[in-house]
Design a binder for this molecule. Sequence first.
Ligand code: WT7
Length: 646
Amino acid sequence: MSQAIHRVPAEWATSAKIDAAGYAERYERSISDPDGFWAEEAKRLDWIEPFARVKETSFAEADFGIKWFADGKLNVSANCLDRHLAERGDTVAILWEPDTPGEARRITYRDLHAEVCRLANILKDNGVSRGDRVTLYMPMIPEAAMAMLACTRIGAIHSIVFGGFSADALAGRIQDCDSTLVITADEGLRSGKAIPLKGNLDEALKRCPSVQKVVVVRRTGGAVTMQEGRDLWYHEALETASADCAPEAMGAEDPLFILYTSGSTGQPKGVLHTTGGYLVWASMTHDYVFDYRPGDIYWCAADVGWVTGHTYVVYGPLANGATTVMFEGVPNWPDPSRFWELVDKFGVNIFYAAPTALRALMREGDDYVTRTDRSSLRLLGSVGEPINPEAWDWYHRVVGDGRCPIVDTWWQTETGGAMISPLPGATDLKPGSATKPLFGVQPQLVDTEGKVLDGATEGCLVITDSWPGQMRTVWGDHDRFFQTYFTTFPGKYFTGDGARRDADGDYWITGRIDDVINVSGHRMGTAEVESALVAHAKVAEAAVVGMPHPVKGQGIYAYVTLNANVPDSEELRKELSQWVRREIGPIATPDVIQFAPGLPKTRSGKIMRRILRKIAEGDIGSLGDTSTLADPAVVDNLIENRPMMP
Ligand code: WT7
């Protein structure tokens, strides 16, 4: 743990929207008078019909329910577009940089509004109406944001599937929510390489009878097959589509989007966010956490396929009338200066990225950073995984020239937006700590029995009361929502994370304490990788755990038991690795596969993951009690045959 404290710089304390006293006062009010506080904050949006009700929530089984602003009506696209037209129609809304360094696209609020309306009409003309699900399988191109906004304009529910997911993973996510229309592109581009999005989709659609129509954006011009009657080109449909499309008046609790995320068991679950509370949360947190000022050039380097891209590339910044940068490429191509060259090219003021990218760039040496100017930068942000103090220091000292505060934002797909984070004008920073709860967020640490732990301590992180950005249900399985999040510690939302709280009341997230691995800031369920492995004809059994990884944060360590009489080999190891890649996607590729003649199990047959985790970490001196194992010799074999680390 780093001991350093970076005090709020004097100029921030005086100029920022919220200073330390302001934070304390507003936080207190958000807890003691949530209705008053949130009625005030919700004024940042335009409501078609005002709400009279504010917070109607309970985490208790008897009257479980989560509703915010329930009798209000609004439209997300109108909040992100129409209301900005009068004052900043000519302001750039989306500043897009292609994968290959080249000409940026600058799309003004006026142009974005017109194209979103056109696309909304295309969706309607192709049978999409309010409440229908539309899956987006897209690269990081402006059309992805347009597609999201077009759905919200007509009240359709979008479900984005990250472009790095396989045809199989895509099919599962389309089927789960019965999407009737899919928007994709011919191909995606990443570091010069084409990704066959339409090809993958065609493969997936063989198993998705609900899909009637496919809209294809031409990105690369690569060859694709268009199925007569089902597939249409976006650019062709756009030519004849009207730019006149009135926004639907949506109830605050009407669904806005579904986003699939991995849990500790079973298939990914469709996290559902609704309209009013989510947008209030996205807008408020973007405004305060980044101390956003009109005119700022703001860049969140996440993909729209993840929740960070939803909330902090699209909805938060556009709700606030910001100029949001969308970057199609990767941090280290053509070379590791790309991020910082873009910062200079666009004059970026606020930059928000994941520690994994920073660690990868840090390895390449400071020259790639220092040869750029970066004087436009004012604030830096971190998200997705714990940031190690070394990476924090490098980010602060080298990238930010020691001048820019870093906001380390802890949150989850489920929370809709940042939950625990510094406010740059209010909070002293400690490298590695997400510091303090944002307004309305009531974190608590409990032990495994649920006993509340006070003061400086460490435990399981729960949130004791609702906040507007909270997910409302798991698509199609409300009981799973309740079971997953509210039964481990009855009456409380369980995050799945462990955390430490220091004597100043600052929170330090220590990582997942369930069977979820955080790979490069992306969540992977161990159960999913296991089921992909056992689907292979030669595999009898598999157990997957996380292991420390210098760049990814956590890597995937898979123990694989082969069927009887199947010899292990380097070739089979590669084959299994490729297999998982194809089944789920590149992010699920195991970093280590260890062939295991047996797995450590209790006498009742339960795999003892605790032991597998220790072996994967190389922490074999503290395996703990192995006496309950059915066959303790299994462990010795695993230790002896531990492969070399990558
Ligand atoms: C999990 C959520 C936050 C949106 C992107 C990831 C970990 C997230 C931090 C942070 C330490 C963090 C947690 C959390 N996490 N941010 N600042 N410090 N850990 O969303 O895929 O839903 O993953 O990411 O473990 O539970 P997600």
